[in-house]
Unconditional design. Structure first.
Length: 218
């Protein structure tokens, strides 16, 4: 099993690689950002990639989406420092095969790796509750989905409406990030939520729907 590791913290990268190689796993490369992860994945075609979510140049979510386009069989496991990270479901939608907290005990990690080798998805035990909470939230949103005869206002947060208005104005995520003082990853997350709430597939459809409901102006 060929493994690629992508994380922007060199100390964690070295520590993780050391433990994997010590257990006999083949680490073909370790990189510090998403762009390097994409390049090395194309070059080395690893079986598994451990991908940090927050990295410079190209974050783990975008890198995962792009890698899965040309390596659909590659198993990408996301790494996060916090169980409160809001990217779990976005990562899964982008093709992630697992989701691990960085504070996972080494013995737990190797038990999960055994499952991974058998083709099973892996997840830190502490994240199980978060999954059920998110599923419950999604179900609640679906049950309150705005029909053509009701106003969508109140279903989107003020932040989501602000982001959607800026997207409708033609602003790029980087520009919106500067204006609102939030990361591009957070903006992408909110846009994914908006698409899900409106049951549409594109930003253009979301803008059209929001305009028809009076949430944003032409």
């Amino acid at each position: 099993m060929k493994i690629l590791i992508a994380d922007d913290h060199q100390l964690f990268l070295d520590f993780f690689q050391h433990h994997l190689t010590e257990q006999g796993y083949e680490v073909v490369a370790s990189v510090l950002n998403g762009n390097e992860a994409i390049a090395k994945a194309m070059e080395l075609t690893p079986d598994v990639i451990f991908m940090d979510i927050v990295m410079p140049e190209c974050d783990g979510l975008e890198a995962t989406r792009r890698i899965k386009e040309f390596l659909p069989a590659c198993k990408i496991v996301m790494l996060t420092s916090s169980e409160n990270d809001d990217s779990l479901f976005e990562a899964i939608k982008n093709g992630a095969f697992g989701y691990l907290l960085k504070n996972l005990h080494v013995n737990e990690l190797f038990n999960l790796l055994a499952n991974l080798e058998q083709g099973r998805s892996i997840l830190s035990p502490d994240l199980t509750t978060k999954i059920f909470q998110e599923l419950s939230r999604v179900a609640s949103h679906d049950s309150h989905f705005p029909s053509d005869n009701c106003n969508a206002e109140g279903i989107l947060s003020e932040r989501q409406i602000a982001i959607l208005k800026m997207v409708a104005q033609g602003k790029m995520y980087k520009e919106i990030s500067t204006d609102l003082g939030i990361s591009e990853r957070t903006i992408k997350y909110h846009m994914e939520k908006i698409l899900g709430i409106f049951h549409v597939n594109t930003k253009a459809q979301a803008i059209s729907y929001a305009t028809s409901k009076g949430l944003i102006e032409n």
